[in-house]
Design a protein around this ligand. Structure first.
Ligand SMILES: [Zn+2]
Ligand SMILES: [Zn+2]
Length: 385
């Protein structure tokens, strides 16, 4: 539980709260939900239009050819129109107009800048870019899926989307997506290097010939075995724990909390998981299916949702299993390392899942990790753990 005498909120949390908070209710019909959604859609619309204006700098080169542009353009127009309409709704419903005004203002600005119909140049130079397109696309789709899920099936019903540290986790999310070019290069580097130095193994051809669904299952199993080993090392080796402690510093869990990862932790873990996947010789569609699966599953297991999944909970990691990994309780420390297959922890003797119970508290005793992004980035180099 947060110590009420200690305001740990990062400066950005406090600044946004001062700008937008008021003492009016936030229930449905109060104009809060429409106003907040309007600001979110306004920001998304404006960022998307900015990408259309500067695609050579702000869009990810290897995704450009994959975008169905007519659909993307229609989606941007819809986001701007809905953001505008929700902003107007909030202006009508709420006494304090700041949410509605900001939402309407952002939507109008995005429309004035050309909305979804901004012309794109015929060809673009290959140069280092910021993956703003990748950030907007992921944030938009994940928020669209998980914010309603957390409202309708909450594990903690009183927990706001704007809980302690939400801005810090948004910055983590932004950095890992906007710098996708650098991250992908670093993450792929060990796998590419290993494959250069090794002759193709006979096993590779056999795996490659398996049906895609079987290759996908093999990918999940091998990836989680590698992830289990790396994750356990990050808990047990004191130097590595300093970096992984950043991920465990969340005192509230939700879909965005999983993004809180020190860049070195994120890059090292993903890079080491990709090495055995590369050595398996998986077909591209199977590997891509795994990458899509892990990006959704990793978000889902942190989400503030509760579903009664019965026996399925024993086969695939569900939020309750990973929430115990983040529990502050002593009995749960260094448990539940698997992120996909909970039975790996049963196999290796590190499972902890009290029947039907959820953790009371999350985080690390004493809350040693600071709440701001830069503080978290530098903390492992300063910490005496
Ligand atoms: Zn961990
Ligand atoms: Zn986690």
């Amino acid at each position: 539980m947060t110590n009420p005498a200690r305001d740990d909120r990062p400066a950005l949390d406090r600044w946004l709260a001062r700008a937008f908070d008021d003492d009016e209710p936030v229930r449905f019909g109060s104009g809060w939900l429409s106003g907040t959604a309007s600001v979110f859609l306004g920001v998304m619309g404006l960022l998307a239009v900015t990408v259309l204006w500067f695609p050579e700098w702000l869009s990810t080169a290897r995704f450009r050819s994959l975008y169905p542009m007519p659909l993307v353009r229609a989606a941007i127009q819809a986001v701007i129109a809905v953001g505008f309409a929700l902003g107007c709704t909030s202006l009508l419903l709420r006494r304090r107009k700041v949410l509605g005004l900001v939402g309407v203002g952002l939507s109008v600005l995005a429309a004035l800048l050309g909305g979804g119909s901004v012309e794109l140049p015929g060809s673009l130079e290959a140069r280092p870019t910021l993956g703003l397109d990748w950030f907007v696309l992921n944030l938009f789709l994940l928020a669209l899926l998980f914010v309603p899920l957390e409202r309708f099936f909450p594990r903690r019903s009183g927990q706001s989307t704007f809980r302690l540290g939400w801005t810090t986790d948004s910055v983590h999310f932004f950095v890992s997506h906007a710098l996708v070019q650098v991250f992908s290069f670093l993450i792929l580097l060990p796998a590419v290097t290993v494959s250069r130095f090794f002759e193709p193994l006979p096993l590779m051809a056999r795996v490659h010939a398996l049906p895609l669904i079987v290759q996908f299952v093999v990918a999940v199993l091998v990836a989680d075995l590698a992830q289990y080993a790396v994750h356990r090392a990050f808990h047990r080796v004191p130097l590595l724990w300093r970096f992984h402690a950043v991920h465990h510093s969340s005192r509230d869990l939700d879909w965005l909390a999983g993004s809180r990862l020190h860049v070195l932790d994120a890059v090292a873990t993903r890079a080491l998981v990709l090495v055995p996947l590369q050595l398996l010789g998986l077909a591209q569609p199977a590997l891509h299916a795994y990458l899509v699966f892990v990006s959704f599953h990793a978000v889902f297991i942190h989400a503030n949702v509760r579903f009664d999944m019965g026996v399925f909970e024993r086969v695939l990691v569900m939020p309750r299993f990973h929430h115990w990994h983040h529990a502050a309780a002593d009995a749960a420390r260094d448990k539940n390392f698997a992120v996909h297959l909970p039975w790996l922890d049963r196999l290796f003797g590190s499972a902890y899942l009290p029947k039907d119970a959820w953790p009371e508290r999350y985080g690390i005793a004493g809350d040693p990790v600071p709440e701001g992004y830069l503080g978290q980035l530098t903390w492992p180099f300063r910490a005496q753990v």
